[in-house]
Design a protein around this ligand. Sequence first.
Ligand code: SAM
Ligand code: SF4
Length: 454
Amino acid sequence: MIVEEIKIKEVLEGTKSPSLENVRDVLAKAREKKGLGLDDVGILLNSDAVRIKDELFQTAARVKDEIYGERIVFFAPLYVSDFCVNGCAYCNFHTENKGLKRKKLSLDEIEKQVGFLIDMGHKRLLLEFGEDPAHNDIDYVRAVIEKIYSLKREKGNIRRLNVNIAATTVENYRKLKTTNIGTYQLFQETYHRETYKKLHQGPKADYDRQISAHLRAFEAGLDDLGLGVLFGLYDWRFEVLALIAHAQYLEKELGVGPHTISVPRFCPASAVSYQPEYPVSDADFLKLIAIIRLAVPYTGMILSTRETSAIRKQAFKIGISQASAASAASPGGYGSNVKDEAQFKLRDERPLAEVIKGVVDDKMLPSFCTACYRRGRTGEAFMELSKPGEIHTFCRSNGLLTFAEYLEDFGNGLYKKGYQTIEFYLNQIEDEGLRQQTKERLKKIKQGERDLYF
Ligand code: SAM
Ligand code: SF4
């Protein structure tokens, strides 16, 4: 079994009320960046949040910094079709929402939406589809991906597409694999079977189909896989442990753990009456981000605009490595003011330029890097590089190059300060040769060259 509910409950029970010494031992182990076992995670989950908060956050911030450095990689979601045959209680696209004017973007509409995103400065997108075999069949998904990769505008192009489609067959995943996507993401929503059953209707109601999807995707050759939980549906402590158990299962069975973990938290939506039974407070939410960071230090962590700018700012420090920005959550949402059609209400609606400025003000480096999968650094190859910390080396250089591109093409008011940030981190590249090469490429970008990467 991928996740054994009884085992998860036993761990949570067996690690109740840990002593401060126990908690500190786990934090010391976490500092070694080798990840944590389920009992260790249980101890952190059950620890007294107030007493250990500072130590937990400091440890998570340190581990994050040592592996990912100062970078936050940015992307935007692109909702392609909200046709959906499922009845997920929390989602505005649920099949019973008869008031929703369903929309499936034509390839021309895709071009327009992508135009908005490229002209904002985005280079990476996450494609979102509802589940509907008639409207959103795999050939449509492929046509959309091919279309987006073919688009070139004066201000650039989209260089990496991550995809979130419903759980499907090995055959369909094989078709998806031919399109050269980045990460295939699919969230379990809740690992608690009974809650899962209660909240889902339609083909997605099959818990086993959902939880085994990543194995089929891997069989089809998709080796960058993303996991996630929708927080608020069930006890967050249970969900975090189950998520880590799922990640460990993939690592053991496939030889490679998940590439990313997403941590969406429930947001209200116009036609959703469901109220989360287990709302997660801001304090617990930040705590769980820090714990996941320590449990699977080499797995990227994604945060969306479901969170406020204040929460995002803190989360970036203690674990998050990728974030969406300036998002719209409905098909055709970019360049439109219609909000009721969205999958849920967003909490960070700042334009990309403002988000980027905030990150620079916080002494971090915004990155739009897409190098790894284009260089074949995916799945096991990625993990082999990332574990000894080498990925960090490439990533910093690539972050600097993509941020310089952003400043040249969209920088406006941020130009001077942005280049100070670049200078600062350029000087932190220890390898003399790499620093020199990065410097030369930065010069070329100033002269108009684009898409340079290591
Ligand atoms: N149809 C695909 C699926 O279900 O996997 C794509 C899903 S949807 C576009 C992406 C994710 O949004 C879902 O997996 C779910 O976790 C999340 N989501 C749905 N409703 C939400 C809500 N009300 N608040 C926050 N996140 C939500
Ligand atoms: Fe459909 Fe996905 Fe929304 Fe469920 S979460 S109703 S599957 S779009």
